[in-house]
Structure formats: C-alpha cells, structure tokens
Design a protein. Structure first.
Length: 311
C-alpha cells in the first residue's frame, strides 16, 4: 500500500512545480482558490507561497551559478523575464551580484522554516525550527571564511611551477600524525580540501569516501567547489537542529570512538587554521606575495570585503 501524501507536502509541490510562476497557477494545481491556498501555505510554513517559490528558485540559481551556469541561463530558469531583474533580485538577496557570489559559500538564504533547495533532491526539508545565518553567527562566519580562504590559497598555488608546488619546505611537519606529512604545499592543500570529507560521511551516514590522491591544484579546486558547500550545509543543519551534543561513532578507529558534533567542527576549524597559515608561510618561501587583501587571513578583513563594510 502506498504511503499517504503529507497534505503540507502536497501544497509545497504545488508551490514549486514547473511552471507555477504565479499564485493562480499554484492554487489551481492544488484545486483551491488563490486566497485559501495562500493562507494554508503561509500557516503551514510561515512564508507566503510566492515568496517561498522565489527564494528557493534563487537558491537553485545560486547553486547553478557556483557550478558554471551563465547568468542568463540561471535568470530564465528562475522564471525572471529579464536578466536585469534577476541581477537586482539576486543582489538584494545575497549581497553580491550573480557573478560576484563566492563559490565556496553555501547557497541557502535566510528562511523562517527549514525549506531549501538542496541538490540532488531539489527540496531540503528540515523538521526542526529554522533560523537564518547572520553576521552575528560566529560559527557560520568561521566556516564560511575557512572555505573562502582555502579557495584563495588554491588560486595562489595554481600559479606555481610544479616543482615549487611539490617542494619539501618543512621536513617533519605532521600536524595530525595519522594523516601523513604536511611538508609541501601539495600535501598541505590536499589536506585542506579533503580533511572534512570523512567527517561529513560519518555525520551524514554515508559510506567512507575514497579520497583521490591527485594533488593537482586544478583538481583540488574542483573538489573544493563541490565539498565545501556540502560541509557548510551540514553544519547549518546541525546548528538549526541544536544538535551539537549529538554523537557519531567512528568505526574506523581501533577501538571505535565516539565524537560530539561540536568536537568535530572545533577540531576541523583548529587544524584548518593552522594549515592555512602554514600554506602562507610556504607560499612566501616560494616567492609569492601574501600581503595582498585577497591573501589576508583575517576573517574581519574578509568579511568586510565580502559585505562592503568599512575597510
């Protein structure tokens, strides 16, 4: 026997189905009058149906742009009649033009509920109380800065000759003994990109990932563009649910160990900060200028630059 469809989910399907770009079309799909439909959706999720659809389509557009879509394609896929209108709406929502959105930040917008675009399942439904990230959320700021700073370092190492990139500069450097050495930029950058992947799999209940050995900067940049939004999304989910006291069991340890989710994130942020500074020392040793605004490791400077705040 088929499971009954959640009435609220039926309403959400009507909001998000293509090509329901106005309230009348949404209501007709749900066999309801526009006013009754709008009241039911707003009561169920705390957001009017047209605003909900517009926000989730903007989130989808941001996700597409971060993966190479053109602004024009993203604009029309989101239902905008002109590229100019899309650019204005996007800038109001994200604080960046579509072309200025960093690839290493998440694509979710503040929401009064737990509903977000989340590839590949299209709609992410959080059963808990939703609340938006803000400039006052220190954890969100730290994680976003961490991802963006790794991206800046990947841009910097991409310009190095292969022998400079793989040169051993700090013999014996091994911040976490079980992960292997961090003696060269290649090793440090590989660990910066893939360090969170096993944790993400454990928390999400996925199989242990097979981490590619490729240290090529272009390959690492592609992996970072894919991995970092997933890590940020997972942390946002844990934060929304207030689940920092939850534990995961790491069966790969001998004997198996349990870790608090709060411990895992603090652990990763600590060692990532160490490695990011280590990478800057190695870049300077290779003759790369690290005193530029883009290479400044200070999250204050980064946040001001991203938000257009005082320099």
């Amino acid at each position: 026997m088929a499971e009954p469809v959640d009435p609220l989910r039926r309403l959400l399907d009507a909001v998000l189905a293509e090509p329901h770009d106005d309230l009348d079309a949404m209501a007709a799909n749900a066999y309801s009058s526009p006013s009754h439909f709008a009241r039911r959706v707003s009561a169920g999720v705390g957001e009017p149906p047209v605003a909900l659809r517009r926000r989730i389509l903007l989130e989808r557009a941001a996700w597409q742009l971060q993966r190479g879509s053109t602004v024009t394609d993203a604009a029309f896929a989101a239902g905008y009649g002109s590229v100019e209108g899309f650019i204005r709406a996007f800038a109001r929502a994200y604080g960046h033009s579509p072309t200025g959105l960093p690839r290493t930040v998440g694509h979710w917008l503040p929401a009064p509920n737990g509903l977000h675009f989340h590839s590949p399942t299209v709609l992410y439904v959080d059963a808990g109380e939703g609340h938006p990230d803000s400039s006052g959320n220190v954890l969100a700021l730290q994680v976003q800065h961490d991802a963006a700073d790794i991206g800046a370092l990947l841009d910097a190492v991409a310009a190095l000759a292969p022998d400079e990139y793989r040169k051993v500069r700090l013999p014996g450097s091994r911040p976490r003994h079980w992960e292997g050495p961090d003696e060269s930029l290649a090793q440090v950058m590989w660990h910066l990109v893939f360090s969170t992947a096993p944790w993400h799999a454990s928390i999400a209940g996925e199989p242990a990932p097979e981490l590619p050995p490729d240290e090529d900067p272009a390959a690492l940049a592609r992996a970072h563009a894919e991995n970092s939004p997933r890590w940020l999304g997972l942390i946002r989910d844990v934060d929304r649910r207030g689940a920092w006291g939850d534990r995961v069991i790491d069966a790969l340890c001998d004997p198996p160990e349990s870790f608090l989710l709060s411990q895992i994130v603090a652990h990763e942020l600590t060692f990532s900060a160490h490695r990011r500074l280590l990478a800057r020392w190695m870049l300077a040793d290779a003759g790369v200028a690290v005193d530029t605004p883009e290479m400044d490791p200070d999250p204050i400077i980064w946040h001001r630059r991203m938000t257009g705040g005082p320099q």
